[in-house]
Design a protein around this ligand. Structure first.
Ligand SMILES: Nc1ncnc2c1ncn2[C@@H]1O[C@H](COP(=O)(O)OP(=O)(O)OP(=O)(O)O)[C@@H](O)[C@H]1O
Length: 399
């Protein structure tokens, strides 16, 4: 197994963060903002060099179990790309956004916000999943009306609404399928990138939603493509017949083209998202995990599903690995032993063992501004671990 170094970044508002200031373009601050690489220098060059090479646009999707550090890693990676000369965009499609916290900037407006600090332009964007869902709903509703019946009427297919009920199209149209918000968010980013204003980005980093959500998103484009394709095909086939029937009964009206157009556009966008996910030349899905048996098992399943969906995946980040020399206390020794066991699982795992592994810990940072701050971080991190272990232990006793 190859060991790769990655970057680490704690949001400025994080209690453990060393960066309590708002970064500016001032050179001194730029230095302080630099992402802290965790691995040893030799390790740090493996893998990242490959990620940073070339000026062709590349997409990196970071995903994994909830709370493992996807946002922190996405923010770190984006800063690192920007510091290595790539105009970079980092996007959060996770419904529970925390990118704003990571950069201590308000990114909630749904537009691209410049992040101050790195050498090359870095923009960040948080997409509101609720808005994305609204968009879908409006695409399936006729002005003023709602639900499948209105939609079918609008498509000139009112007569067939009942027969189509068994196809479960109503469910698709009235309740957006899970993962749709994220798919729409990703397609929105692709739209941004097509515009002249934003086509300069050579690296795009996605902080995706937790595992289950992402997996649903992966099968969504196919599902939507089939469902919407079915509706549109059906509409095409019988539109003329319906219109003839209506004209006999004197009810001929023009089917509202708006709904069909919107659906057709949505379908095209979903196809593009699917293509992007499977494009081995430009896209890579990076799995973020933590060294626990449960998280590694889930990562293995995620990896298998990604491979099954033909999504390129070749890197794994193991985050929050306890540094070897932080403390000699009993809890830490026990924790380290557990983590070692979990990390060994990676080596023996059929899915994960072939991936390049990046280890992120708390104290082997290379670009920390002062040694004392480094020490402070380690102690604080260990203290935090104590608190986690203690609460877990207490919970076990209680239940
Ligand atoms: N290496 C690390 N050392 C210490 N704390 C960390 C580390 N990585 C992440 N954290 C902290 O763990 C918490 C969760 O991190 P983060 O928000 O990046 O995870 P996430 O996977 O994006 O979460 P979610 O699934 O909820 O979106 C944050 O408080 C973050 O600061």
């Amino acid at each position: 197994m190859e060991v790769v170094g990655y970057a680490h970044y704690l949001r400025p508002s994080h209690p453990l963060s060393l960066f309590k200031f708002r970064p500016t373009f001032n050179k001194h601050h730029i230095k302080s903002l630099q992402v802290r690489a965790i691995a040893a220098p030799a390790e740090a060059t493996v893998g990242f060099d490959e990620m940073v090479s070339g000026t062709q646009r590349k997409y990196y999707m970071l995903g994994g179990k909830g709370g493992v550090g996807k946002t922190s890693c996405a923010a770190s990676l984006a800063v690192k790309f920007a510091n290595n000369g790539h105009p970079t965009l980092v996007v959060s499609t996770d419904p529970a956004h925390s990118l704003s916290d990571s950069f201590a900037q308000d990114l909630t407006g749904g537009t691209l916000v410049p992040v101050e600090g790195p050498y090359s332009p870095l923009f960040a964007l948080e997409l509101n999943p609720e808005k994305a869902k609204e968009e879908f709903r409006s695409a399936t509703q006729i002005s003023g009306g709602s639900g499948i019946k209105d939609f079918m009427d609008g498509m000139g297919l009112g007569v067939l609404a009942e027969q189509l009920g068994e196809l479960k199209l109503g469910e698709l149209l009235d309740t957006p399928p899970p993962g749709l918000d994220e798919a729409i968010a990703i397609s929105k980013v692709m739209q941004f990138l097509e515009s002249q204003e934003y086509n300069m980005f050579t690296r795009v980093v996605f902080d995706t939603a937790p595992t289950g959500h992402t997996l649903r998103l992966l099968s969504l484009p196919d599902f939507l493509d089939k469902s919407i394709g079915k509706i549109l095909k059906l509409r095409q086939k019988i539109a003329s017949a319906t219109s003839a029937i209506k004209s006999v009964f004197g009810q001929e009206g023009t089917p509202k083209p708006d709904a069909a157009d919107k659906l057709e556009r949505l379908r095209e966008r979903m196809i593009k998202v699917r293509e992007l996910f499977r494009d081995t030349t430009s896209t890579e899905f990076i799995i973020v995990t933590i060294p626990t048996v449960m998280a590694i098992s889930e990562s293995s399943r995620l990896c298998a599903s990604l491979k099954k969906e033909d999504v390129p995946v070749k890197r794994l980040i193991a985050n929050q690995v306890l540094p070897p020399s932080a403390s000699d206390c009993k809890f830490c020794a026990m924790k380290r032993k557990d983590q070692r066991r979990a990390l060994d699982m990676i080596q023996n795992d059929q899915e994960l063992s072939s991936l390049m592994l990046g280890i992120l810990s708390g104290n082997k940072e290379k670009e920390v501004d002062t040694a004392s701050a480094n020490q402070m971080f380690s102690v604080a991190f260990v203290n935090k671990l104590h608190a986690w272990i203690m609460s877990a232990y207490l919970l076990m006793l209680l239940f």
